[in-house]
Each structure stands twice: as structure tokens, then as C-alpha cells.
Design a protein around this ligand. Structure first.
Ligand code: ATP
Ligand code: MG
Length: 430
């Protein structure tokens, strides 16, 4: 019988890689905390029509990428393909209006899209999602962009570019859409198949087609930026001014439209040059129409999502995977010694040391080799002699220096041990 394997497009994040994920999550938490964003944990599946109404049926995500199924009660259910729609649903459902009607929310978790798997593109992937709901202020746009930039910088990323655009309000977009269709229609036969299909359903999406001939045609297309109303223009100008005030560099990219239907005004992406085809790590924008589209009150909002697979791929190019931190590797052999080792491990763990206990009952030599590989700072050794005398050998693995002490004395020595371990770690890090 062949062994069962994970589904195509899904991946196990194994313990070593998880350390990097944890580092990413901790950094996110710190940066978001200091800007007063609060964590929210919505469910991973929702009614299908949340996404149909929210994201728009003409988008790739809803049109062909959703994991949708009927449950046993014959309801149509969808595994969330992104996080924003669920957060806005929760915002409306629980009337989450804080002071000034503003909520700052974040969430990290999986999302699901039926796509062709490749590096950085999976069927179950993960997003860090950040939303500022309830403000039209251009400072809100810049706040979320600044948080994304700070977060990526805090992780050590450097070769990043911020692309910025405005897709205006609904009316601006309608006027632009008409102009774009007028321009593209004569070229219809030259467009790639997907774009031909989009010409009637979602023409703005043609602007970010990856097909070469389509890109050439689009080069000379009218620009959304020539179709902004004075109000939309004013908002866009403010966003740019505030970005400049904060010293955040950006480039205007009038062809940046983003895939989902709910975007208005500001659209942005943060790209990395090190990622090959999947260059976008962060995508976001303003979505003033979404809450109303979902049946809630008119509520302006802006947010972004960072794809964590792509981000961690990038980080792995920049740094080695972090290694686990173990204080003591506990070696024991002989029945009495093994029983005492179990107790000693418990004592040390309760003192907040991390202790890895060897369970192999193998020869000492083998256990010592494992101790060396474990990354532990010190090895504790219990054999028959130690068991008889109620003592333990402590060996500092870096220097090989070793001494014996009574097991009962371990409790009194915790402070000295802690200091010494910290000093050795510090030295290693430098
Ligand atoms: P793309 O054009 O690369 O398909 P998208 O516009 O579909 O991106 P968004 O819906 O904006 O992506 O999602 C935000 C981020 O989530 C992306 O920038 C990317 O980092 C990540 N992402 C999207 N789809 C996947 C996937 N299938 N696998 C891994 N990460 C993904
Ligand atoms: Mg996509």
C-alpha cells in the first residue's frame, strides 16, 4: 500500500522552517501592536456569496480559483480565498465601531485558491492581513503602507519597490472603463485569450496581463490617472504628499489595478526583485465600497495582505534558517539514572530552561553525538555512578569543560547557570 501524501498545492511547514515563520509572526505582532492594531480571528470558511458579492464574480479568484462545495445541509460554502471579505463581514455583523468609527484589525492565517502550484504559489497559502476600517482620511492610506514597509524592513528586506496608483471612485472607473474598451476593441484579435475574455467582463484587469503582445498594446492605452475626478485627484495627491513627508519612496504605476473588484482610490503593491515571476509580496488598497456591497453601512476602508510563502522564500535567500534554542541535552543510561534524569528534566523545565531528554538508552558515545547535533549549550550526564551518588555531570559543549554537582544543588545554581548560558549564546551570536 502506498503511503498517503499531502494534496497537490499544499505543503508541510516543517519545524525548522516554522522557526522562521514564528519570527515573521512575532515581528508582525510587535509592529502592529505599536500602531494599535488588534488581532481578529474569523472562520476559514464562509457562505459562498460573501466572496461572490465582495470580490466580484468577474475576477479570476471568484471565477476560477475558489474552493466551493455543498455541505451536508446543501449550503454553498467556500474556503476563504482571501481574508478581507471575512473581516469586513465580521466588522458589520458585530458592529465593531470604536471611537470615531475606526477599527484597526489584523489576522494571520491560511487562504485557499485552486491555482496551478509553483514556487511561491500554492492552493493553501497564508496571508498576513491588515485592515483599517472606517476612515476616508489619506493618513489612513499612508499609515497602512508605512506599517507594511516597516514590517518588511524589520525583517531585513531591502530590494523592495512600492508601486502606487489610484483607481478613483466608481464613477471614475466607469468612465475609464469605457475609454479603455474603446481603445482596446480594435486590437481585440491581438489580445491573449484571457484578455479577450476580460474585455467585456473586467477590462481593467487586462492592464496587468503578463502576455507580451497584450503588454505592448496596453503601453499606449489611456491612463486611469487622466480620468480621476477632482476629489479623487485630491485624495491621491494627499497620499503622495504624506508618503513623501515620511520619506517613503514610491513610483506611480498607472497600470496597477489589482485583481479584486472592491478597490477604490489608492492601490499599491510592494514588489521584490529577488522573487522571479512572483514578484509581489504585498498587495493592498482602499475599498470604500465593500461594506455596503456586503449589506452593511457605507464604510470606507483600506488594507493589505502579505503572502507569507513568498515572504519566507525571500527571507531564506537572505539569511540562514534560525536554529532551535536548547539549553540542556540530557544524557542518561541505566535504570536508576534514567528515572532520575526524568525528574531532573522536570525540575529544570520548571525553572524555564529548555531541556531535551535523550530517550534512546543507547551507548553514551551515541548520545553524546546527538547532544552535539542538538544545538544545546550544555550536556547533563547521568550514569550508574551519578545515580548512586545523586549527582550529575555538567559539560559545556563549546569548551568541553565538565564538572560534577549534587542533583539537589541544581536548584540553587539556576541563576549562575542562566547567566552562563546567556553569555555563551551571546558569544555565539557575535
Ligand atoms: P497574483 O497576481 O500573484 O496571483 P493576486 O493579485 O492574486 O496575486 P492578492 O489577491 O492580492 O494576490 O493576494 C495578496 C498576496 O497573497 C499576493 O501578493 C501574494 O503574495 C499572496 N498570494 C496570492 N495568491 C497566492 C497563492 N496561490 N499562493 C501563495 N501566495 C499567494
Ligand atoms: Mg492571483
Amino acid at each position: 500500500m502506498s503511503a498517503i501524501q499531502a494534496l497537490r498545492g499544499t505543503r508541510d511547514i516543517l519545524p525548522q522552517e516554522s522557526l522562521l515563520w514564528r519570527q515573521v509572526e512575532t515581528t508582525a505582532q510587535q509592529i502592529l501592536n505599536r500602531a494599535a492594531y488588534r488581532e481578529i480571528r474569523p472562520p476559514m470558511f464562509e457562505q459562498t456569496n460573501l466572496f461572490e458579492r465582495g470580490i466580484g464574480e468577474a475576477t479570476d479568484v471568484v471565477g476560477k480559483e475558489m474552493y466551493t462545495f455543498k455541505d451536508r445541509g446543501d449550503r454553498s460554502i467556500t474556503l476563504r480565498p482571501e481574508i478581507t471579505a471575512g473581516l469586513v463581514r465580521a466588522f458589520i455583523e458585530h458592529k465593531l465601531f470604536a471611537q470615531g468609527g475606526v477599527q484597526r484589525l489584523w489576522h494571520i492565517g491560511p487562504a485557499f485558491r485552486y491555482e496551478r502550484p509553483q514556487a511561491g504559489r500554492q492552493r493553501q497559502f497564508h496571508q498576513l492581513d491588515v485592515e483599517l476600517i472606517g476612515s476616508v482620511d489619506a493618513r489612513a492610506d499612508v499609515e497602512v503602507i508605512a506599517i507594511a514597509a516597516d514590517f518588511l524592513q524589520a525583517l531585513g528586506l531591502k530590494s523592495l519597490r512600492l508601486d502606487l496608483n489610484s483607481v478613483g471612485n466608481g464613477e471614475d472607473r466607469q468612465r475609464y472603463r469605457a475609454a479603455l474598451v474603446d481603445y482596446l476593441t480594435p486590437y481585440q484579435a491581438d489580445l491573449d485569450v484571457d484578455s479577450q475574455d476580460r474585455l467585456s467582463r473586467n477590462p481593467l484587469r487586462i492592464l496587468d496581463s503578463k502576455a507580451k503582445r497584450t503588454q505592448e498594446i496596453v503601453q499606449a492605452a489611456p491612463s486611469i490617472l487622466d480620468h480621476l475626478s477632482p476629489d479623487s485627484q485630491r485624495h491621491f495627491d494627499r497620499v503622495q504628499q504624506y508618503l513623501t513627508d515620511l520619506g517613503i519612496e514610491y513610483q506611480i504605476n498607472a497600470r496597477l489595478v489589482r485583481g479584486l473588484d472592491y478597490y477604490t482610490h489608492t492601490a499599491f503593491e510592494i514588489q521584490s526583485d529577488d522573487l522571479g515571476a512572483q514578484a509581489t509580496v504585498c498587495g493592498g488598497g482602499r475599498y470604500d465600497g465593500l461594506a455596503a456591497q456586503l449589506g452593511g453601512p457605507e464604510t470606507p476602508a483600506i488594507g493589505w495582505a502579505i503572502g507569507l510563502e513568498r515572504l519566507t522564500l525571500l527571507l531564506q535567500q537572505l539569511q540562514n534558517l534560525p536554529s532551535p534554542e536548547v539549553d540542556f541535552y540530557l544524557v542518561s543510561r541505566g535504570e536508576g539514572a534514567e528515572a532520575q534524569a526524568l525528574k531532573l528534566a522536570q525540575t529544570l523545565r520548571r525553572q524555564n530552561f529548555s531541556v531535551e531528554m535523550d530517550l534512546s538508552r543507547a551507548a553514551f558515545g551515541k548520545q553524546f553525538k546527538r547532544a552535539d547535533r542538538s544545538g544545546a549549550v550544555a550536556c547533563l550526564i547521568l550514569g550508574d555512578a551519578e545515580a548512586d551518588n545523586q549527582t550529575v555531570q555538567l559539560k559545556w559543549l563549546q569548551t568541553g569543560e565538565q564538572f560534577e554537582m549534587p542533583q539537589a544543588a541544581v536548584g540553587e545554581k539556576v541563576d549562575t547557570l542562566r547567566q552562563k548560558i546567556a553569555a555563551i549564546r551571546q558569544e555565539k551570536a557575535e
